[in-house]
Design a protein around this ligand. Sequence first.
Ligand SMILES: NC(=O)c1ccc[n+]([C@@H]2O[C@H](COP(=O)([O-])OP(=O)(O)OC[C@H]3O[C@@H](n4cnc5c(N)ncnc54)[C@H](OP(=O)(O)O)[C@@H]3O)[C@@H](O)[C@H]2O)c1
Length: 353
Amino acid sequence: MDLRLASLGHGNVGRAVARMLADKADELLRGYDVWFRYTGLYTRSAGPEIMPEGMAPAQVVAAGLPMGDRLTGGSRPVSDALTFIRTCPADVVLELTTLNPQSGQPAIEHVRAALDAGKHVVTANKGPIAYAYRELRALAERQGVALRFESTVMDGTPIFSMVEASLPATVISGFRGLLNSTSNYVLDRMAKGHSLEVAIAGAQRLGVAEADPSNDLDGWDAAVKATVLANVLMGADIRPGDVAREGLGADAMRQRHGALLPGQALKQVVDAVHTVTGGVQAHVRLEALPPDDPFAHLSGNETALLLHTDTMQDLTLIEGQGDPGQTAFGVVADLVNIARGRGRDVPRPYYAV
Ligand SMILES: NC(=O)c1ccc[n+]([C@@H]2O[C@H](COP(=O)([O-])OP(=O)(O)OC[C@H]3O[C@@H](n4cnc5c(N)ncnc54)[C@H](OP(=O)(O)O)[C@@H]3O)[C@@H](O)[C@H]2O)c1
């Protein structure tokens, strides 16, 4: 099967996706009978590049952006992202633009336009799933196309595809996780004797933290991820602002770190439970974990998620040090699942409502 890709965003993740599709081209063809061509690329600064004949991932990797004269047989007939999405001759739109944690836009518009145009969507951007999952899922269902988003939480760790493929008829009644790698890294460095400022600078040098780490330290990133998990796995309909963020931020980290008892580990913990009224209540907070807590020994920027299920009791996934390569793997896994027909006929919701 030939799948034509139009990518919105071609930054760390977008480039890593092209590299992985190039590196794994043989395995994908031999194992899954699928090959990929890029027919469009769009970024904020480079604008649209449409290649009707398509370019192999390896050619895209070699060309970089903007392609300018290196654009083979391509053109720039459109100027805005929505026109690009509608007109680019693609089977799948990759939404790999920057997260807007306050509204999810303009990525929600991008995903809506792609589904409306009858194109499958794979997104690593949490915004559309956190702010508009029900609407977009219903639209995908009506259009008979796939909406897949494995890389929105814990990079490419197979959370959603594991639940979809391997936990039939399972009720997920709650979860607990360490989902923000910057906080995990900074708190781990503080536990090893570094000051908060030195720990943040180290995370920035490694590319784990943004220049402004407040979205991570104040719990916004974790709240957006908790929303995605609650809405997809637990049938909730909450927004990031509904997630209670308690006692977070740089000052709280310093204070709580200074008050730790011997053996305790300070972590930014996310959890969610069903309430007696049938809703879902999610929190992000700093917790002093005792040494026997399974999350107490996670180090560096490792992340983890524990699902409370009625079939497998507690299931825990731990991701070693994440990077854009692992995020790219989640996108590639979603693409393979589309090629294999998963999500094309949109199975019934696999969460319990
Ligand atoms: N990095 C990771 O490991 C990771 C892990 C999980 C999820 N994610 C998610 O994956 C997405 C991409 O992350 P990244 O690390 O690749 O970010 P990045 O390196 O900052 O790249 C973002 C890309 O999106 C483009 N872009 C931004 N706004 C746009 C718009 N309105 N229209 C068109 N293009 C736009 C940028 O274009 P310009 O460069 O021209 O501005 C750039 O090409 C984000 O939503 C992020 O939260 C990333």
